[in-house]
Design a protein around this ligand. Structure first.
Ligand code: BMA
Length: 353
């Protein structure tokens, strides 16, 4: 397995906006870690669904006085997808409070039995309907959920939830061959030697409820910059050359990586990779960049935050100009964006075949 130097380089065609675009300071209710957002463009506006973990400050957490005991999902809207994010006054998915008795406060809201919390939202618009994919922690395992979001962006309804353990689900923005298609990341433990050797899978559905024809899309062993696990990132984007598809890749160090804040034991690095899937048969990978696309480099990605060295993309938007906006959580603490030209991203996937 490759052992990386502490500092990696991402692709030079990707330009990061130097500062986070959304942080706890932008949120009108209790917030601490604002990250791992999904973003979609609807009627010319950019809609973001973001995760917010809170309940402790860094100081309280480090002194073990308090834990991060609450998670909510909030909504923000921007005219240009970069700045001016207007955050809705109340979260879309209210706080789930983690306590000894259980976390069932959300159950009445969303109807999912045993629910503890919903998090890591991704947004896909299919035939004018807005869908969220969410990870759902339940008392009996982690389930990948699909929810329909009302046009007012204030109500949601769960359409389906997978069996555990599964998360990082993303929906393609249209039916392919008559079926809805999703990427997902089950966590097979016994069959994978008890290690985090997790891969990306693809499943199909006639109605977003019943999912089947599941098949392996990409194994962790096929990603040269991962030595731990991989997972879907943002919903794929259609181009004439194929479905442009981001994924996250994790490499682990046995030596500490110099984590200095919040969680001293953290030794994983999350990077973003990119691949191209066949338009008609998206279970076929037709190209993949063999080096990481985005890596933790900037201070708020690599040196500070809850989990340093984490880039976790959840949204990708292709503009008419050919610009691609890539949204990613950094250090599980703030939300960021980077841009690249679609032709450069496709070239990265196809040049290294
Ligand atoms: C993953 C998920 C993400 C998180 C990442 C890094 O397993 O929990 O929500 O961003 O780890 O901590």
């Amino acid at each position: 397995m490759p052992v990386w130097e502490p500092r990696l380089k991402g692709a030079s065609c990707v330009k990061k906006i130097a500062k986070p675009i959304l942080t706890k300071d932008d949120i009108p209710y209790e917030a601490e870690l604002v990250f791992n957002a999904g973003v979609a463009k609807v009627n010319g506006k950019y809609i973001m669904a973001f995760r917010n973990d809170c309940g402790a400050t860094r100081e309280q957490y480090e002194k073990k006085e308090r834990k991060l005991s609450k998670t909510s999902v909030g909504i923000a809207i921007s005219d240009n997808g970069i700045d001016g994010w207007q955050v809705k006054e109340t979260p879309l998915i209210s706080y789930s409070v983690i306590n000894k008795v259980g976390y069932n406060l959300l159950e009445a809201d969303c109807g999912l039995p045993d629910i503890r919390r919903l998090y890591d939202p991704r947004i896909t618009v299919i035939e004018d309907e807005i869908y969220l994919c969410l990870a759902a922690d339940t008392t009996h395992g982690i389930r990948g959920c699909i929810a329909k979001l009302d046009k007012d962006l204030e109500h949601y309804e769960i359409v389906s939830a997978s069996v555990p353990d599964n998360r990082n689900m993303v929906l393609f923005p249209q039916k392919i061959g008559g079926y809805y298609v999703r990427l997902e990341r089950p966590f097979p433990v016994y069959g994978r030697s008890g290690k985090d050797r997790f891969d990306i899978w693809l499943s199909k559905s006639p109605d977003l409820k019943f999912w089947g024809e599941s098949q392996l899309l990409l194994g962790v062993e096929h990603v040269p910059f991962a030595n731990d696990k991989i997972g879907p990132a943002a919903p794929p984007v259609k181009t004439p050359h194929g479905w442009l598809t981001l994924f996250h890749a994790v490499d682990k160090e046995t030596e500490g990586r110099g984590q200095t804040e919040w969680e001293g034991w953290w030794n994983k690095r999350y990077t973003a990779g990119i691949m191209l899937l066949d338009l008609e048969n998206p279970s076929k990978v037709i190209g993949m960049c063999k080096t990481p696309l985005i890596v933790p480099e900037l201070p708020h990605e690599a040196d500070h935050g809850f989990r340093q060295n984490v880039i976790f993309p959840g949204g990708m938007i292709l503009e008419e100009s050919g610009e691609v906006k890539i949204y990613y959580g950094a250090a599980d603490t703030v939300e960021c964006v980077a841009t690249a030209h679609v032709d450069d991203l496709i070239a990265l996937c196809t040049e290294q075949l």
